[in-house]
Design a protein around this ligand. Structure first.
Ligand SMILES: [Zn+2]
Ligand SMILES: [Zn+2]
Length: 192
């Protein structure tokens, strides 16, 4: 096997793995009071503000910061995987580290970006794709049924663990939201 092939294999494997990691994190840390921080910020605050129906969408700009994870979540989650991937690389005697970390980084980015677009629609080109539309319906169903549709990016784990509830209808963005959506360019100016 060449160096490049193993890194690509690492990328693909870790991208699929990320679906299961996302599911476990979401199901147990974000929806169970095992550790108060993720439970409070997600199950209580995020789901408390963003519900199903019209309240699925951002209504008050001061709630913008309740859509995304805190900045330090990314280095924490990715950093925890560094020793794991180095260990697997050593075990397999194959170069998979950079491909694997790239997959985890991409998955994390997609989670944040897609989830943000779902709750804060702005008629972006990606929102018009069938793929996003399906994922958006999938996540809207999660805001109705908190223990279903736990994946945001790749619903593979939902499928495997039997938590996937098909969502046929994509909720329309309320007209009021279309008209009034104006995000200030400097997010820091928005009240938290
Ligand atoms: Zn959400
Ligand atoms: Zn949730």
């Amino acid at each position: 096997m060449t160096f490049h092939f193993t890194e690509v294999a690492g990328f693909i494997s870790l991208f699929f793995y990320a679906s299961f990691f996302e599911w476990v994190l979401h199901r147990f840390l974000m929806h169970q009071p095992i550790w108060s921080y993720p439970f409070k910020s997600h199950a209580l605050i995020h789901h408390g503000i963003f519900r199903s129906g019209p309240t699925y969408f951002l209504t008050h700009d001061e709630d913008l910061k309740k859509v995304r994870f805190a900045w330090w979540n990314a280095p924490l989650i990715l950093g925890l995987h560094v020793p794991l991937l180095l260990w697997i690389q050593d075990l397999l005697q194959m170069n998979i580290f950079f491909g694997g970390m790239a997959a985890l980084g991409l998955y994390y980015f997609l989670y944040e970006y897609l989830h943000f677009c779902m709750h804060v629609p702005k008629e972006r080109w990606i929102e018009k794709t069938a793929w996003f539309s399906w994922l958006d319906s999938h996540h809207h169903m999660h805001h109705k049924r908190h223990y279903n549709n736990l994946n945001v990016v790749l619903p593979l784990a939902d499928l495997v663990f039997g938590t996937l509830v098909p969502a046929r209808d994509r909720i329309a963005v309320p007209e009021r939201r279309r008209r009034t959506l104006t995000l200030t360019p400097t997010m820091g100016q928005i009240r938290s």
